[in-house]
Design a protein around this ligand. Structure first.
Ligand code: SF4
Length: 200
């Protein structure tokens, strides 16, 4: 079976070269996240959780949602939540109806740390600034298509982007339209993580 990591395959396969490239970029994310985590005495998952809680609405801040978001088991999230609570970075807000269920909130200290650590990806963003607007739009479109296919294959579980949204409509001329916002979306306006996303 051929592998995208075989340099001989890469010599004639653009797809294999792209896969190898994406793997290098994912490695860059892993290293940057790891460095940021070490600096603050946290695990990479703890940092990811803080950042997610900082930028998403409360209804997404539950153990079940976070387990799906990060592709880990619920007990792993529960353990991470316990540690972050001990460090006074998060607190639990219990439901008045069912005291066993709760949403997770950042404390002021957690919020400050989340804002600080969320810049860990800056070194990946910097080279993108050198691309032209057209190159960025093509790249975004291609990556969204890849993510959509991975989502359809069940590899990426949670998606909040336009292509997987019930409000999204591709026009006959190929343009993008959002039925909720009731407007055409330029290529650069397509969202990757939309708060109003509704699973199609
Ligand atoms: S609601 Fe958000 S994700 Fe859905 S189509 Fe509109 S902009 Fe895109």
């Amino acid at each position: 079976m051929s592998s995208a990591f075989d340099p001989n395959i890469q010599n004639y396969s653009t797809e294999a070269k792209i896969v190898a490239t994406l793997e290098r970029i994912s490695e860059a994310f892993r290293v940057l996240l790891w460095n940021q985590s070490k600096e603050h005495g946290l695990s990479p998952l703890q940092v990811q959780l803080l950042i997610f809680l900082h930028y998403h609405s409360l209804e997404k801040c539950t153990v079940s949602y976070l387990a799906k978001e990060f592709n880990v088991a619920k007990p792993t999230i529960s353990d991470t939540v316990k540690i972050l609570e001990r460090k006074e970075l998060i607190s639990k807000e219990h439901s008045s109806v069912d005291t066993r269920s709760f949403v997770i909130q950042l404390t002021a200290k957690g919020s400050q740390l989340a804002a600080q650590t969320s810049s860990f990806s800056q070194p990946v963003q910097q080279p993108l600034d050198q691309l032209t607007s057209e190159q960025k739009e093509h790249l975004l479109d291609s990556l969204l298509t890849v993510i959509q296919e991975l989502n359809a294959a069940g590899i990426i579980t949670v998606q909040r982007m336009c292509f997987s949204c019930a409000h999204y409509q591709k026009q006959p001329d190929g343009k993008h339209y959002c039925n909720l916002l009731q407007k055409l979306l330029a290529q650069s306006e397509l969202r990757v993580d939309c708060e109003e996303h509704q699973a199609a």
